[in-house]
Ligand binder design. Structure first.
Ligand SMILES: Nc1ncnc2c1ncn2[C@@H]1O[C@H](COP(=O)(O)OP(=O)(O)O)[C@@H](O)[C@H]1O
Ligand SMILES: [Mg+2]
Length: 189
């Protein structure tokens, strides 16, 4: 039996570890992660992508977002609309973003997702090599995945965020693939 406290303790220690990498190192590692992502077939064959917009010490995604916008893929990004709900909104131009209440870049528009998503680029505070994911603690992605069908759910993470085990619950949705600056991890199904 796991307790909520375990997840909270892990969140705070893993977040400290990620912050401690420093901006320059995080930027370099994020570039490597984006390179790995561009190499995989799931990405190359993808038409529709749901990709988070990086915030604070998360794996940086802005250069990736620019690359996707220049390609012929359709890009959707997250928009938080309540304490429990996140929607996927179409993004056509980086200039159509604004800062939301907590300082996360968010689309101004509300053109909600209406097609099937090929891949998601999912943030996390911690991941296991089996595909387990620890988020910020509001379950936004778990809820979104439970109502949206996705071919390949990809978690991107610094190697420092990979842990042996996570106190996972029934509602936690696993990743199909995890990419770090060191490796592409394909959890066995
Ligand atoms: N599909 C869902 N439906 C209802 N509640 C959910 C769902 N997914 C997660 N939750 C709830 O949201 C809360 C936060 O989830 P948690 O997995 O701890 O956060 P995170 O995934 O952000 O780390 C938990 O109380 C969890 O039970
Ligand atoms: Mg969860």
């Amino acid at each position: 039996m796991y307790f909520l406290k375990d997840k909270e303790n892990l969140r705070s220690s893993l977040k400290k570890k990620r912050d401690a990498l420093g901006k320059e190192l995080r930027f370099k590692k994020s570039e490597k992660i984006a390179d790995f992502l561009c190499e995989i077939n799931e990405f190359k064959q993808s038409k529709t992508i749901f990709c988070y917009i990086s915030y604070k010490s998360e794996v940086e995604t802005l250069s990736l977002i620019n690359l996707i916008l220049e390609s012929d893929m359709n890009l959707y990004v997250p928009k938080i609309i309540s304490g429990t709900e996140m929607i996927a909104v179409k993004l056509n131009d980086i200039a159509n973003l604004e800062l939301d209440d907590i300082g996360i870049l968010t689309p101004k528009s509300n053109e909600i997702l209406s097609e099937k998503v090929d891949i998601t680029i999912t943030p996390g505070i911690g991941f296991t090599k089996k595909g387990g994911r620890l988020g910020y603690g509001r379950g936004y992605y778990d809820r979104w995945f439970s109502t949206n069908e996705v071919k390949t759910k990809i978690g991107i993470s610094f190697e420092a965020q990979i842990v042996m085990n996570l106190p996972l619950e029934k509602t936690d949705i696993n990743m199909d693939l995890i990419i770090t600056e060191k490796e592409i991890i394909r959890p066995k199904k």
